[in-house]
Ligand binder design. Structure first.
Ligand code: HEC
Ligand code: HEC
Length: 474
């Protein structure tokens, strides 16, 4: 049985979007032949009425389909800011300078290429292009977050402006380990080890904790922001009261603007509360640009060249630009699901439910009120509960991030995941891109997901393929 949509929704809304899809000739939805029931159409609209119908390399780059035209203009300005290269201060174009002193990339899209997902470097001695490494030492920051390294801060900056030493470079090596499916078919997983080399400011010390993370796709962010806190609390089961082996916790993190702890939603450990704070954090940590939210440059104790480098204004990115970029990220649309008629994918969807994937990758949620009206009251299919789950030691990074422990990660939203090969030209999944394809991503699941992983591992080859086929339609 197809899983029924659990929340009441405006069927009219769905019908209107389907009609729009038909007028632009969107075939992959598979509508037009037999009549679909409302819930089936609904499952295609992964982002509710914000959903767009694109399967091209630009599939992650469109504004929400229900966004008003004034907001679309702001969105276009935000896109410009997301894609442009920031420059070193002082520069003649004053409001676009301030890059560094220490940084990782010169633009947001350097890591989130085509608003999509990053990947680990192909070669061990190459610089990371769309990935970064978080650092900390034992203890907590004053707001309960990771305790930054006194010299290197909370992120390794592998690039710097002229005259300022770079912090160093992360090098990943892999070891292949063989495994077998229940039917005897062999597979191999690559176990990563991360080393930080070419250190610019002395040794990191033995107690440093390192967390390599690839840039996730940035679609549907405002919808995730709009899920009511109560929904997250209802989904959470910290003590596994229902005894299904799956707990799931809200990661309470510091909200700098609100000056209080709120549920985390963004980042691989749900370590950021809002789109705006995520962006301000990225400007500072990834590009060395200050904002009104984070106004102090991130130079460590002994990084004197960093401390004395010229800045590009205070703050370097003003609030008008922050507003535009915030709206841009909030309203980047989720593309519709494809091939709903494919019986293999339908079977895979059934298996997804049967073997417990949906216990964490929650198929259907409803948004509440959001400052952007287009995002309010939407029935969405993120395939995530935004909670952090224990995923086992092998997937862990040993680095706590607010209340998320070293082996806990946010259930990765699966919407749009089938289009990653088209948009970004690769199939590297999980927080550090260690998995080469969907099957490997599932085989890495441990901890609370071990039962589900074992169910997958012992499926027939045909059923495993069907489950993967389903993921490809998302
Ligand atoms: C050096 C690479 C890099 C750059 C540059 C970068 N990001 Fe990111 N971005 C990441 C990584 C890695 C994460 C995951 C962070 C984590 O888990 O803590 C992330 C997370 C995000 C998220 C949350 C995604 C999710 O699924 O929760 C958003 C939104 C985002 N970045 C926007 C931006 C914006 C806007 C900029 C430019 C101001 C930017 N990023 C620059 C690497 C980068
Ligand atoms: C206990 C909760 C849980 C269960 C059960 C679970 N997952 Fe996950 N899943 C996660 C978490 C957490 C991550 C992120 C892990 C990471 O990046 O290290 C994830 C990641 C993934 C990814 C990679 C996503 C990405 O963006 O890289 C895929 C694909 C996936 N899961 C599919 C499945 C399938 C299929 C099943 C059922 C066989 C399943 N999951 C069961 C929690 C779960």
């Amino acid at each position: 049985m197809r899983k029924k949509v659990v929340f009441g929704r405006s069927v009219l809304g769905a019908a209107a979007v389907i009609a729009a899809a038909l007028t632009v000739g969107y075939a992959p939805l598979g509508i037009g032949g037999e009549t679909k029931d409302a819930s089936e159409m609904d499952m295609a609209l992964l982002g509710g009425t914000t959903t767009i119908f694109r399967t091209s390399r630009e599939a992650f780059s469109a504004p929400a389909s229900n966004l008003d035209s004034k907001s679309v203009r702001t969105f276009m300005f935000g896109r410009h800011l997301f894609r442009r290269n920031w420059i070193i201060a002082p520069a003649s174009v004053e409001d676009l300078d301030g890059l560094g002193p220490l940084f990782n990339r010169v633009s947001c899209s350097g890591c989130h290429f085509k608003d999509g997902r990053g990947e680990p470097p192909e070669k061990q001695d190459a610089l990371m292009k769309s990935m970064l490494v978080r650092l900390s030492i034992p203890g907590e920051s004053p707001v309960g977050g990771p305790n930054p390294h006194p010299v290197y801060g909370d992120q390794l900056n592998d690039r710097a402006i002229l005259g300022v030493p770079k912090e160093g470079r992360a090098a990943i090596t892999y070891e292949e380990r063989a495994g077998t499916y229940g039917d005897g078919t062999p597979y191999s997983l690559r176990y990563p080890t991360v080393d930080v080399v070419d250190l610019g400011y002395g040794p990191l010390g033995d107690d440093v904790m390192i967390s390599p993370r690839v840039a996730p796709a940035v679609i549907g962010m405002g919808l995730l922001e709009a899920i009511p806190e109560k929904t997250l609390r209802d989904l959470a089961d910290p003590d596994d009261a229902d005894g299904d082996g799956i707990s799931g916790r809200v990661n309470m993190v510091w909200d700098e603007a609100a000056q209080k702890r709120v549920p985390g939603r963004l980042g691989w450990k749900s370590n950021q509360p809002t789109v705006r704070q995520q962006i301000a954090g990225a400007f500072l940590g990834d590009m060395g640009l200050t904002t009104s939210l984070f106004g102090t440059q991130n130079c460590g104790e002994t990084q004197t060249e960093c401390q004395s480098a010229p800045n590009g204004g205070e703050p370097e990115v003003d609030d008008t630009r922050m507003d535009a970029l915030e709206l841009y990220i909030q309203t980047l649309a989720v593309p519709a699901r494809r091939d709903l008629d494919d019986p293999v994918a339908q079977h895979g969807e059934q298996l997804f439910t049967d073997i417990g994937c949906g216990a964490c990758h929650t198929p259907t949620l409803k948004t509440g009120e959001h400052q952007v009206a287009a995002l309010s009251d939407q029935t969405i299919h993120p395939y995530s509960d935004l909670l952090v789950h224990n995923m086992g030691e092998e997937l862990g990074d040993g680095r706590p991030d607010f209340e998320a422990q070293g082996d806990e990660w946010r259930t990765a939203p699966l919407w749009g995941i089938g289009l990653v090969p088209t948009v970004n030209g690769h199939r590297y999944f999980l927080h550090d891109g260690r998995a080469r394809g969907f099957a490997e991503a599932i085989l890495w699941h441990g901890g609370e997901a071990e039962k589900s992983r074992e169910a997958f591992r012992t499926l027939s080859a045909e059923d495993r393929d069907a489950l993967v086929r389903f993921l490809e339609t998302l």
